[in-house]
Design a binder for this molecule. Sequence first.
Ligand code: CP
Ligand code: NVA
Length: 311
Amino acid sequence: MTRLRHFLSLADWTPEEVEALVLEAARMKAEWKAGIRPSLLAGKTLGMLFEKPSLRTRVSFEMAMRHLGGDAIYLSPQEVGLGKRESVADVARVLSRYVDAIMARVFAHAVLEELARYATVPVINGLSDDEHPCQALGDLLTIYEKKGRLRGLRLAFVGDGNNVATALLYACAMTGMDFAIATPPGYMLKESVIERGKAFAAHSGSRLTFTHDPIEAVRGADVIYTDVWTSMGQEAEAEIRRRIFPPYQVNQALVAQAKPDVIVMHCLPAHRGEEITDEVADGPHSVIFDQAENRLHAQKALLVRLLAEAP
Ligand code: CP
Ligand code: NVA
């Protein structure tokens, strides 16, 4: 019997496993585009628990299961009442009797850890307040496709040191990409996250830059990445963040400071006119919709890996 694996943080997997997932995702994408339709997950069902809204995560996971001959069930916050109507532990125990894997989008990362503690099927992080590993997996696939490699590239994240930035730091530090992040003072990545990133970088040779200067971050960048200034659950801070973050907008002037062939990425949804201008989001450097599509392909590789490994 193989060990039950979860996917709560990119940092819980080895760099070799993450790279293998990216290569497998690229292979499965090519296969899909060529019209090959293997039913690798026939008879398998993914339960999808959501405490927060979603477009990409919900639809890409559901379609990934369908494309592979499996099924998915969407469970809204209202019907499950995770930790309110029923304890997180009991939800994990019950769902494990019905489905073959659980994908959950939550506020507190600890809820995912509790689901994983009590579930007897793999648990996947579909975004928590701390991390968005499925997004980072799709992003690695996008960068690999656009640039033909990962190692040695420089990714600059400009904006809030949030869940998406956390996963990207791990993704870069694990795969040998240089990572620079520019945030306003007070919005940097957590110290524990930076330490974990540094440990991966020490092995891979990635150079890490933590700054408050967006121009310093994007100079020489192959990839510029941004995300919303106010994440889900932080709505009460939206006004103050809107006053603090404008110097960190990804606009044409900032893009001009990077390499001429820089690609611009955003996990979406975008607040156009805030963290990114229309001109950049719809401009020649933008790869944001390929990036959204790649969530589907990356998650197919992840699902096959996890479900094939489940006991
Ligand atoms: N990028 C992403 O996770 O999008 P959704 O919030 O729409 O799922
Ligand atoms: N940082 C954003 C990402 C949304 C996909 C949030 O947590 O709301």
